[in-house]
Design a protein around this ligand. Structure first.
Ligand code: 2P0
Length: 325
């Protein structure tokens, strides 16, 4: 009763920001992401009758407390699906993320955990079923089941049965790339869970955010399908700015941006004025990701590395979905 799975992280181009059900992790809007080959988690789950509780090792270090509880709660779902409520597991994960990057690994982490644990218990889930299960570990993780571009369809059912991701285009459809800029590895003040909740509950801009999503999704899907980089880049950047605008309207207000975040955003807009096509996106933290085309890789890497506050630049291509060993 053992399986090993590898999942890559994904970066949303149309962001998931807001839940309609916190315990089932059901979102208030569809989101759309690019899976990246540069960041992944590989996880082995071994269920054994000899274990009296779950134990979790991340990069060979024993994990306790809240992160262990999140893994155990997730495995409870998998155990109950398999009718093996009293079977515990040893979980060993290796995270491949750039050193001290401070990037969230919950997307690749829960996707790899869902895949390995469901396979170890012979659940035989198809991709949609796996994505729906993965969603209950961490929302954004449900998109990491797929390579390339994936859309998380929010669904409308109360129990979340129709809330899972589907693939929009595979990693071979289009060679677009993403540079992840490391600006800060500090812990953020407001977690994404708390930030989303505060925004939904208090920001007057939240309604405008939700209402703007269908048009952004239509635009980005047309852009992906026709490989129109300007169209995809413009809507990616605009959607990120709208998401971050909602946080400024919350009570109490907050932002994930640091001084260096804004410097990089302005530098990318100046690069475009010089004829270098690049667009940024930012998640629930200060670091910036930059969407670009392969023919501009060298110049973009050089420009980004030279910016003040940039500690590292990690380049990624489109990545694969779940793979098993
Ligand atoms: C995203 N983020 O679409 C958005 C954009 C952050 C900003 O998904 O509570 O770790 O586990 O569902 O998935 C981060 O939130 O939150 C996130 P939970 P998650 O990638």
């Amino acid at each position: 009763m053992q399986a090993t799975a590898k999942a890559h992280t994904n970066i949303a181009l149309i962001k998931y920001w807001g839940k309609r059900n916190e315990s089932l992790i059901l979102p208030t809007n569809n989101s759309l992401s690019l899976t990246l080959d540069g960041f992944y988690t590989e996880t082995t789950v071994h269920f054994s009758e000899y274990l009296e509780k779950d134990r979790f090792f991340l990069d060979n270090k024993k994990v306790v407390g809240v992160p262990l509880n999140r893994v155990t709660s997730f495995l409870d779902l998998v155990r109950s699906l398999a009718g093996k409520e009293n079977l515990f597991a040893e979980i060993r994960s290796v995270n491949k993320v750039p050193t001290a990057a401070g990037f969230a690994s919950s997307a690749s982490g829960f996707a790899a955990l869902a895949a390995a644990s469901s396979r170890a218990l012979n659940l035989n889930l198809n991709e949609q079923e796996l994505s729906r299960l993965t969603r209950q570990g961490s929302g954004s993780a449900c998109r990491s089941v797929y390579g390339g571009f994936a859309e998380w369809q929010q669904g409308s059912q109360l129990d979340g049965a129709d809330s899972y991701a589907v693939q929009i285009a595979s990693e071979d459809h289009w060679d677009v790339r993403m540079a992840a800029l490391v600006l800060s590895a500090e812990e953020k003040d407001v977690s994404s869970r708390e930030g989303m909740k505060r925004t939904v509950d208090t920001s007057p801009f939240f309604e405008g955010w939700v209402n703007s999503i269908p048009a952004d999704l239509k635009t980005i899907k047309e852009g992906i399908s026709s490989r129109d980089f300007t169209k995809v880049g413009e809507v990616t950047e605009a959607n990120c700015l709208k998401m971050h605008a909602t946080t400024l309207g919350a009570t109490p207000p907050f932002t994930y941006w640091h001084h260096s975040t804004l410097l990089v955003m302005q530098a990318i807009q100046s690069m475009r004025k010089k004829g270098i096509p690049a667009y940024f996106t930012i998640d629930a933290g200060p670091n910036v990701k930059v969407l670009y085309l392969p023919e501009f890789e060298d110049i973009i890497k050089n420009e980004l590395q030279a910016l003040p506050g940039v500690k590292d630049v990690v380049l990624s291509r489109a990545g694969k979905g779940i793979t098993y060993k």
